[in-house]
Every structure is written in structure tokens, then in C-alpha cells.
Design a protein. Sequence first.
Length: 363
Amino acid sequence: MDALKKENNVPPSHDLRYNEAMQTTSLANRQWIYVKRPTERVTDEHYELRDAPMSGDIADNEVLFQAKYISVDPYMRIQQHESNTWEEPHPMGIVQRAGSVGIVVASHSDKWKVGDWASGYTGWQLFSKCHAADLQKLDPESAPVTTALGVLGMPGRTAWFGLMESGRPKPGEVVLVSGAAGAVGSLVVQFAKRAGCRVYGIAGGSEKCDFLVDRLGLDGAIDYKALSTTAELSSEIQRQTQGVDIYFDNVGGWITDAVIPQIKRRARIIICGAISQYHGGLDRPDQGPRFLHHLLYQRATIQGILARDYTARMDEMVAIVGPWVKNKEIVFEETIIDGFEKLPDALSSLFDGRHVGKVLVRV
């Protein structure tokens, strides 16, 4: 895990502390513009890095926000689908949408002062003008600011409500999570352990599997890269778990094909993502629902979840998980990549399993 950089409280920036004088200042903004729809792996060829000078002038109830950390997430590739998914495809020619954490560098709002830390959905750009209501205030004393993009942000919300509401875990049940070392999966497995379940993770490589067992306390981990066929993987799942009550799916594809025959009666299957299909098979999947007969035999249920379904209930999750973060009762791994220019590569890296936990770009 040497590649991981862990950060605690992040001090306010010292390089840009602007005041009212900024309104006559021209800012050297930079933006990554989405310009080409990928058909396979998303790379920097699908973006253009543009200089976009902007005035520091802001209107009433606006703030000027400077990004310090920008998120990359697998859902961005879904938004590049050629047809509608949960929304229309990401438009060409605009800033790549994304969550970010940064500081307020100018304010015309009573709610915000210069130097405040905030999170927002401001995209892949250095500066943005935001309505005062479009940012969420962060307290660096209560949790590292980067957690607003991870365990106390969208990934945490997905993991918590996806497991607790769709999975409905009961003590003693067996929970299996694919993509278990990722931003969402690594939280799901810990929430499941706290719910009294026996928990197993599927991940790629011995290092990630060791992380799951040694750091996160799982009952077992399965290295799918060490198994060459669906049948072998399915057999190993059965050997370790003796059957699965809850399957939290972040991966899809052949891994899910291997899991489904091992589900128990009344199993709950939660479809959070299908990252194995996102490049090459997103618009025209090469694998179909060949497992429906198993759902019939076991009278199981399968449910898709989206983080946006629970946005209005964010406070519920933070009230429970926030103290765990503050008291260091939960592990939240972060991989922080330095350099605004590395955003496209950081996004691409999600699809080859280079990193553990939440991936962020520090700009």
C-alpha cells in the first residue's frame, strides 16, 4: 500500500487568499472539456485541456470557489453512454462534471467567508462561480476535508443505504462484495461487519485481498485474478462462503455470473455498478442475464441502486458514520494523485484496478 497517501486535516491554502480586490482580477482558470465519446477505455484523447481566463467578479449571493481536490468516479463512464441511462448522456463541449472540495476565495454571501472549506459539484476546473446554496460547508476539525468526496460523501451514501436498506443485513448472514477494495466496496464490507454479518470480498490481486482481511477484518477474500474460469471462481466462492445471503455487486460481468449460482434462499442482490462492462461493453453488452433461473429457484430479489436516490437523506448517514470517522473506528483508504493535468488518466485508472479506496486528484 506504499502508493497510498493518507491525509488528516488539511490546512487552508496559502497560495490564493483573495478578498474584494479579486473582483478586478483575471484568474488563470483551467478546464478539462469533454469532447469525444469513448467506445472503449476512456483516456485523455476524449478531453481537451483548455486555459479559460475568468474575471473574479461575482454577483450577490455568489462565491468564488477554488478546487483543491477533484473526484474521479466510475459513474462518469456511465454518463458517457451513447443513450439515456438514469439521465441524458453527458453533453459534449462542456467541463467534465465531478465533485470537488476546495476553499472560498471571494464571497458576496453572508453564509460564506474567505477561507471556508466547501464541497460542490463544480467539475474538472480550477475555479468556479457558485450560488451560495450550491456548496456544502466543511469543518476540517471534525473530519479530513477529503472525506466529503469519499466515506462522508457519495461513495459512503451509496454503501450505507445500498447495504442497509436494499440488503437488509441480519446478524450471522453471509455478505459477499465484489470490487471490495474500491471506494464503495471497502465501506460496504465494514458496514456489513458492524451489522454482525460474515463478510467476504472479491478483489484483484493478493495485495488487495490481504488488505481486506488484515486491515478491514473480513472473514475471507477471493482473488479473482488467480482463477481463470467462471466455474473456478464460483467453486471458490462456495468453498469460502458456503452460500451467499447478500451480494453487493460493483463489478458485473463474469464475476457476477460466478456468484449467482451460490446465492441462498431469499438472497438479496444489490446492483451498484458493473464496472467490467463500462469500456467496450457499455453500449452493447457482451454478457446477458443468464442467471435469472437461479433467482427463481431461490426466490431471490435483485435491485439496482443509485446514490442520488438518497441525497436528501445524507444527514442520516453522516450522523451514524461521521462519529466512526472522527473516532478512527472505520478505515477509509484514499489514493491521492497530484496534478490537475492527470485527471483523465486518474479516471482511466479506475478500470484497471490500480488503486485501493477512493481516488482523488489534488490540484
